[in-house]
Design a protein around this ligand. Sequence first.
Ligand code: 0A1
Ligand code: ZN
Length: 881
Amino acid sequence: MRADDTPLIRLEDYRPSDWLIDTVDLDINLHPQKTQVRALLGLRPNPAGRLGAPLILDGDELSLSGLRLDGLLIDESAYSATAQALTLHAPPQRRFTLTIDTQVDPSANTKLMGLYRSSRVYCTQCEADGFRRISYFLDRPDVMSIYSVRLEAAKLEAPVLLSNGNLVAAGEMAGGERHFAVWHDPHPKPAYLFALVGGALDHVRQDYVTADGRKVELAVHVEPGKAGRAGWAMDCLVRCMRWDERVFGRNYDLDVFNVVAVSDFNMGAMENKGLNIFNDKYVLADPQTATDGDYASIEAIIAHEYFHNWTGNRITCRDWFQLCLKEGLTVFRDQEFSADERSRPVKRIADVRTLRSTQFSEDAGPLAHPVRPRAYKEINNFYTPTVYEKGAEVIRMLKLLVGDDAFRAGMDLYFDRCDGTAATIEEFLACFAETSGKDLTQFARWYEQAGTPTIVASGRYDAAARTYTLDLAQTTAPTPGQPDKQPVVLPVALGLVGKAGDLPLVTGSAAYAGDGVIVLDQPSLSVAFSDVDEPPIPSLLRGFSAPARLELDLADADLLRLFSADSDSFNRWQALQSVASRALVSAGRSPGGHNALIATAGELAEALAGFLRVQAPADPAFAAQVLRLPVPADIAREIGRDVDPDAIHAAHRSLAAEIGLRLRPHLMELRERLGTSAAYRPDAASAGRRALRNEALGLIALADPEAGARLAEAQFAAADNLTDRLAALAAMTLVPGDAREALIARFAKTYAAEPLVLDKWLMAQALIAEAGTLDRVKGLMQHPAFSLGNPNRVRALIGGFAANLTQFNRPDGEGYAFVADMVVALDRTNPQVASRLLGSFKSWRMLEPARKALAEQKLAMVAQTPGLSRDVADIAERALA
Ligand code: 0A1
Ligand code: ZN
């Protein structure tokens, strides 16, 4: 498949389906290679569709083994069937049923879309268009049906049989070898939310009563022997269910809620109605095999999938262009949940870090697209940071602009009005326009326009007039297909910081929305504040109130004052990041400016010394974020062109090392103070202490490799949890030599039976910033822990390497060659995993000329490979355009 042969699907071409499917009765006989699927569809013409249109059902690699209309065989001339479609040329213009028989081979399904087997467990993945790999169907989200599903399987092979909805019958077949289960889901849903699971699974269970009194049986199913690792996921599930009742007034709506963990999964997890299927990495946790980061991710993803029950399932998307309707909103909801469960400022900082490193870089390169794309060739390539993370930022801005009360009222209205439907962004926004009385026409541009806006800000203080005037301007650079940008609505939360804290904000400006927020919706504007008794330092974009770059030329001294005096925690953190970022950008642009870096390290260390002594112990999680420098990829993006990854890496290392050197006694003391003999607990406070200790360890190791190695070895030996062990390993990877190799070997031995832990081990090695890493990675592909067939293994080792700034971008181009070869190899079995890996090339255009040419060559090699999947061809084509 070449991408340019593939039709472009356009939002403007949307039209309702000509046919509707009210009911789906599935009878599925599970067999490892020959699963029989019988689908009985209750069809009728759609009054909103074209009268007399043929019925064209989607298929993908299917073959038809039987077809009946209202129970009767049909003449062969009345239909045609290919692997991609089943067409009824002149269907009756009334209600009728179709009985469709297909046979599928779950064991041969390496794409992990449709019905497949993961470690002997049958499972499905139907979003976005996997149902058509199981049976012919109107596989589009605006066709919603009531499903009844009968599953039959060998009892020994699949004692557990699950599908969506409630269990209505179960029993044994004659002879006792096979058994069945019948599930009924009373809520209409699109095919992408269908799921089944069959296998030998252990579980944990818990009863739950919803706020409106429904008794629900919750269960988390895992591979045999792993039930001891399912408790945290269950705990998260119960907490997020309560939270959704309290914060959004949403109750669960079935008698059971099942979560299943499988080990082969293309993405993080999937919100199938009443039967969420997870990548086991986001379910299984105990202190020995999961880090604090894993515990937090599990909490977020369990919540995310559960929250989809209302934002995604009860109200789904009319078409895939509206993907952000469910994803952006649900990410916003899961971020808010985690913020309430943990530290709100720390969660915000972590989310903004992710946004900048993933979404800002997407927006700055050839794969940039709007939150609601206008056209696509392969929808699976649009499950992106832009749709998810920027989509969540848009909801966050909406809330800030309309206010908490109108936001909650708007959500209530949306749930009332759109329940049971497949909705659009327009319908969603209309609810908030109504409850707030605000015109959201310009705000809607956030969904249409790609690119990260830059806000250029400057301020003037007039001592005689006691006024402070803030000038703000916005621009957005062109992105593919959008050369001319319009101004967007940017809520700029701000404060004016004086000697004794925030000064009162007195202004008559129409742009001032109150509550410390200026709305910048013009190309530029000025806001004059009066009664300003002293020259203030502006603190702009507090809480990161809009997903924008801020250019504000503050002196380091002013930024350092913000770090110590700003009332907004996010901007305290941001102030130090800005100081570091400016120095790194300048050193990364013109290597050799070592003295300037040293001077910055001195400033930062001085500011941090007092902070570490006095404030850090009171809020270690925040302090850990403060100690962490901006990531090199962010520096590369700020530099923007002719990027030399080695120069950025060198600058980053030396700034961190210099800071570590100066702060070493403080860091050692802090590590002592934060050390605890108490047993591991995953709560946010304990995790924060570990994060700070380990951040300190990393800085010490960079400043003094020998001392770092000794500390790391001791920490590894003494640790009772994976977080501390992995941090020790990461610190050791900074220091070449026998001790490192010994620890790497010891780690592998300790966790030989733990694939998810070995993924971290693979990744830690793939990230080593040394010329030997490529050979190491190639060697690790032969390690028994690695398999090209498992997405988690591939993401850990090969994805890890592709994220290694200096080694992926090796000057000889061998990094690009390796990743491109892997993309081509993986594409033969799993196009989704391959196309995501190819996304690693997304920033190639900003590289210096030599690397740029090498990267382009490899992208072109991929693009020209015969027989490419649509997924990979689409990314290659857009990356090169
Ligand atoms: N809707 C899921 C994400 C998801 C998307 C596609 C998948 O398979 C190709 C799987 C999962 C979520 O947002 O969690
Ligand atoms: Zn989602």
